[in-house]
Design a binder for this molecule. Structure first.
Ligand code: FE2
Ligand code: FE2
Length: 167
């Protein structure tokens, strides 16, 4: 398995989105390569964190699509829904059958192939549209209300940088 790397072709040019992708890759690597970690996360807990952060990240993009009247919003949102469903299925499998090499390989495929592909093709397209629409396009951070709607407790969300947080 190769480590997830936010290479140049995966940069959207929108700082908050790129930082969120970086954070997602960092957590993905922490889950896929527990040997690198001083205190490895348990897989099912780690997947729950990943799911929560993915929800936050997708909400950031979906709010931007809505605000900008992005014409491909529906297809983009559908891809987000698909990804979250896959992550949740992995979570359920991790809970019922415990961690395994097969599960790690599925997570790797989901992040390394699917998610990176989504960034490369769909997110960069959205970012290009956003830059065209707004000379200084910057995706707005998600509000406390939006976090509550996502089932996250805003007081437990620790902001660790612009667009970066931990739950
Ligand atoms: Fe996206
Ligand atoms: Fe994204």
């Amino acid at each position: 398995m190769q480590r997830l790397l936010l290479s140049d072709d995966l940069l959207t040019g929108i700082a908050s989105v790129d930082e969120q992708h970086l954070q997602l890759f960092a957590w993905g690597n922490a889950l896929l390569f527990p040997e690198d970690q001083l205190a490895p996360l348990e897989l099912s807990n780690g997947l729950a964190y990943l799911d929560a952060y993915v929800s936050f990240h997708f909400a950031t993009e979906e709010r931007a699509m809505e605000r900008l009247g992005y014409p491909r919003a529906e297809a983009h949102r559908w891809q987000h829904t698909h990804f979250r469903r896959e992550i949740r299925q992995l979570q359920e499998r991790a809970l019922s059958a415990g961690p395994s090499r097969a599960l790690a390989l599925q997570l790797h495929h989901l992040l390394y192939d699917w998610f990176a592909g989504h960034i490369r093709f769909s997110d960069t397209q959205l970012a290009a549209w956003a830059r065209q629409r707004e000379a200084t396009a910057e995706v707005q951070p998600v509000t406390r209300e939006a976090m509550v709607q996502l089932g996250l407790d805003p007081d437990r969300v620790q902001v660790v940088g612009p667009g970066l947080f931990r739950v």
